[in-house]
Ligand binder design. Structure first.
Ligand code: NAP
Length: 296
């Protein structure tokens, strides 16, 4: 039996709330900083759902046991975060197409017949704040800064939902960007994906209708950083989207906005991915206003 609470943020507390209250959990390490408990518990309360969301700090060698515990206790669902998003791929009965293509699971749900499904709601969460621009983004150039795990969800969302002509993935290590685009070749029949270095991406950024930062540069506690030091490349008609959500308005977004670009901050994606997971667990739409208030 897993004993995540032994290593957990709530050491000594029981793993599960008293029945009939259902449990949803976050599996990760660290988890203390996570906003997910605030998001989901505010939504459960607002909708009168008898469930509680808890964060379990679980070491890599405890993930399989933690999942077995969740299954045995009929948990409502789970989120998975760093460093377990890839490890969980092999611990579920079925993967959704998104989780399979992105190569990472951030949401677990148990279907009625007991099947454990690994999903990835980061792509849908990322896409939500862009849906009102879907028409104007179709057929354009887009640039992604960074080529790690979040970039994979972003590339998947762009290729499957926004019909870009060209998606340039720019990373400080060219090899990483190349590996990323190679893994999405099935979704890129027209060869619109390109890999480049950050240093060589200026022309792409200037041409892009959408620029997305998927690096942690600019995040608290170093909010003075920016992944794109050439602010003069931004202009009206562009959208600049920063996955970083702390601070809510990063230096990148401030500079892009000052040059007339539309901006989207990472909090929208964070709430979006939670909303998609919440709906898959409860069958109900997350009350977004309540959640935003809870995070304010
Ligand atoms: P990751 O897998 O570690 O990838 C980070 C990427 O950024 C890698 O390509 C990395 O390159 C690059 N990078 C790191 N430091 C850099 C620097 N100083 N200059 C240039 N490139 C740098 O991390 P991740 O899981 O993708 O997460 C990335 C960011 O997205 C984090 O800030 C995370 O909080 C945020 N995020 C937000 C949401 C949301 O809902 N808003 C969801 C997921 C992630 P190297 O491999 O060379 O270091």
């Amino acid at each position: 039996m897993a004993t995540p609470a032994a290593k957990g943020e709530r050491s000594g507390a029981p793993l599960f709330p008293a029945p009939p209250t259902r449990l949803a959990v976050l599996l990760g390490d660290p988890v203390a900083h996570s906003l997910s408990p605030r998001i989901h518990n505010a939504a459960f309360r607002a909708l009168g759902i008898d469930a509680e969301y808890r964060a379990w700090r679980v070491a890599p060698d405890g993930v399989a046991d933690a999942i077995a515990t969740l299954r045995a206790h009929h948990a409502l669902g789970a989120n998975v975060t760093i460093p377990h998003k890839r490890a969980v791929l092999g611990l579920v009965d079925r993967l959704t197409p998104a989780a399979s293509a992105i190569g990472a699971v951030n949401t677990l749900r148990v279907e009625s017949e007991g099947t454990l499904v690994g999903d990835n709601t980061d792509a849908d969460g990322f896409a939500l704040p862009l849906l009102d621009q879907a028409e104007s983004l179709a057929g354009t150039t887009m640039t992604i800064l960074g080529a790690g795990g979040a970039a994979r969800a972003v590339v998947y969302a762009l290729l499957t939902r926004f019909g870009p002509e060209r998606v340039v993935v720019a990373a400080r290590r060219l090899e990483q960007a190349r590996r990323l685009i190679a893994s999405f070749s099935d979704l890129d029949p027209n060869g619109g994906l390109e890999a480049t270095t950050l240093d060589a991406a200026r022309e792409a950024v200037r041409e892009s209708a959408l620029v997305v930062n998927t690096t942690p540069v600019g995040m608290t506690p170093r909010p003075d950083g920016t992944p794109w030091p050439h602010a003069e490349d931004f202009h009206p008609g562009q959208t600049v989207y920063d996955l970083v959500y702390a601070p809510e308005e990063t230096r990148l977004l401030r500079e892009a906005s000052a040059r007339g670009a539309r901006t989207v901050g990472g909090l929208a994606m964070l709430i979006g991915q939670a909303a998609v997971a919440f709906e898959s667990w409860t069958g109900q739409a997350m009350p977004l206003d309540v959640v935003r208030d809870a995070l304010a």
